[in-house]
Each structure stands twice: as C-alpha cells, then as structure tokens.
Design a protein around this ligand. Structure first.
Ligand SMILES: [Zn+2]
Length: 322
C-alpha cells in the first residue's frame, strides 16, 4: 500500500532528483513560520493550520484568508512523494490545531509524523475525502535501469488537484473542516471559499470551451500527474515514460525512443524547468515539440497561483493539440 504513490509518481521523484532546476524555479526557501496570513496583531488567538504541500496550501490559504494562520509544511518544490519528515515537521504538528493533507497516499510520511507529534488535539482534514482515485491509466515505458521493477498502484493516483472540478471539491472539504475546527469564523470561511470556488468554476469553463475544437488530444508524459485532468477534459495520456536519475547510456535513450514511437502521440509534456537528454532526444525523434505542463508541486504560495499556473497549462495544451 505504501508503495502506491511511489509508483504513480516514480517519475516525478526521478525528474526532481535529476533536475535541480525544479528547485531553482521555486520561490526562496521558507520555514513554516514565514508564511503567515497577516502581520496584523490580533488580540484573539487565531486557529493554527498547517497544510502539507503547495496545492493544499493554496486551497487552504484561499479559504482561510486572514481568519486563520496557515503555514506550509514542505516548502514548494520539495519532493513530496518520497519525503522523510524532520524534527521540525514533528514540532510544527505538535504546535498546530489543524493539519490539511491532500491524501490518497501522497503524504506517506504524515501518519508517522503525526504519531510522533503526540498532539491529542490535532484535527486532520483529508482534502480528498470522498474522491474516487484513478489507478494506472496508460502504459508505462521504462528506460534501462528502471526496467523490471514491479510497482503496486493499488492506492490510486494522488494528483486530484490538477482537475479544477476536483479542486473545487477539495476546497469545499477544506472549508467544512475549517468551520468544524473554528465555528466562530464560519462566515469568513464561507465567503472566502465561495469567491475561490467561483474562480475555479470559471477556470473549468475555460478549459471545456478552449479544448473543445481539438480532435487529437493524445499525449505522453514523464510524471504520471495528469490522469484527472485528462479524464475531465477528454485528453488521452497514451504512455508515461519513467526516467532514471542516473546517466543514461545512448542505448537506453534509443530503446526508449523506439518504445515511445509506436504511440504516435500528438503532444509530449515535461515539467517546467526540465531539460534532459532523453526528453530532447525523444522530442526530436518523434518530431513532437516538448512542452512543460505544471503539476503545481512547485511554485508560488499565493492562492491565485493555482489559477495562473492552470491557465498557463491550458495555453500549453492548446499549443500542443493544435
Ligand atoms: Zn507528483
């Protein structure tokens, strides 16, 4: 069970391991104490909330506004899928009222960290509560060193936040969790959530209408992060290519290129900041332009960043399927 997100996201780990640019593109390092909702001193004690990583932080911050103090546990760009918690994480969870997680196996470190924190009053909001996970949706092409690994995908894919409609569901779940933990600010949470949900609904409409004209919506990716997005808008991920973090031999590169050729995908998506010999070689041989699609595991901590990054993803999809 614990291996599930490893599988779904093995590629992301490897890509992030390989490419320091992912980390470089992230904002300056932040400790959990840096991301405070408001500098204004409030005589009343605010609810303390810790969100595990960027997408759930963005949604939680959007709902909380200034009514609660929201911190992020893993700074943007940290590899969540294989994360090992630190004593600082345990301390953060021992001092907070609420922790918000994405769930679906994304935060494998969290259960043990919560146990170590021994915070009997801690409330956990599982943002994916009620969402049915998607399992493996397309063929996985492994390069040399990776071949032969047997992965277990039984927990499904955790990247639900990349579907604006499921993002709305996560925001709603977070809203209800914050209200349960802090009923006196109910009206603030409701108003903040309503405004953000409206923006997400508009984003969904944009995706639907903009993608409608395109016939061939097939793509290949290197991080299995987009099955929910694909399902929502009728895109077809035909293969996931797993890239090892070690140096690839020319034979490995050629074998992967050959394996991917059969899929005849219209588009090839990497992630922002990724530059890799295998990817470039694939792109050249398949005569398909390599474009970055953002999984939002790295980026800015303003809640509007979700909308900005997703609109940029929509633009990428439009160019790719043209
Ligand atoms: Zn991922």
């Amino acid at each position: 069970m614990r291996r599930k997100s490893t599988i779904a996201c093995a590629t992301s780990l490897l890509i992030f391991g390989l490419l320091t640019s992912c980390t470089q593109s992230a904002p300056p390092p932040q400790t959990t104490g840096d991301v405070q909702s408001s500098p204004a001193a409030n005589s009343e004690k605010k609810l303390r909330v810790v969100a595990t990583f960027l997408p759930v932080y963005l949604f939680t911050k959007a709902v909380a506004g200034d009514a609660a103090q929201v911190d992020i546990l893993l700074k943007p760009g940290t590899e969540v899928h294989e994360y090992q918690s630190t004593p600082a994480d345990v301390k953060a969870l021992s001092e907070t009222d609420v922790v918000v997680k994405n769930g679906l196996g994304m935060e494998e470190f969290l259960d043990d960290t919560i146990k170590s924190a021994q915070n009997t009053k801690l409330k956990v909001i599982d943002a994916s509560k009620g969402i049915t996970p998607i399992g493996e949706t397309s063929q996985v092409v492994k390069t040399g060193q990776e071949a032969g690994h047997d992965h277990d995908h039984s927990d499904g894919n955790p990247h639900v936040w990349l579907d604006p409609v499921l993002a709305k569901q996560q925001v709603t779940t977070i809203r209800d969790g914050l209200i349960a933990a802090d009923p006196k600010n109910k009206s603030k949470y409701e108003a903040n959530a309503a405004a953000y949900l409206q923006q997400l609904a508009a984003l969904n409409t944009e995706f639907e209408q903009t993608l409608k004209p395109f016939q061939d919506r097939t793509f290949i990716t290197f991080h299995d992060a987009f099955p929910y997005l694909a399902k929502r808008y009728d895109l077809k991920q035909v293969a996931v290519v797993e890239i090892p973090e070690d140096q690839l031999s020319p034979a490995d590169v050629q074998a992967t290129v050959d394996a991917v050729k059969q899929f005849q995908a219209k588009a090839l998506f990497s992630e922002p900041g990724v530059d890799n010999k295998l990817l470039n070689s694939l792109s050249n041989d398949l005569k398909v332009t390599l474009r970055p699609l953002d999984s939002l595991e790295a980026g800015e901590t303003d809640p509007q960043y979700y909308l900005t990054a997703m609109r940029s993803n929509l633009q990428t999809l439009t160019q790719a399927f043209k």
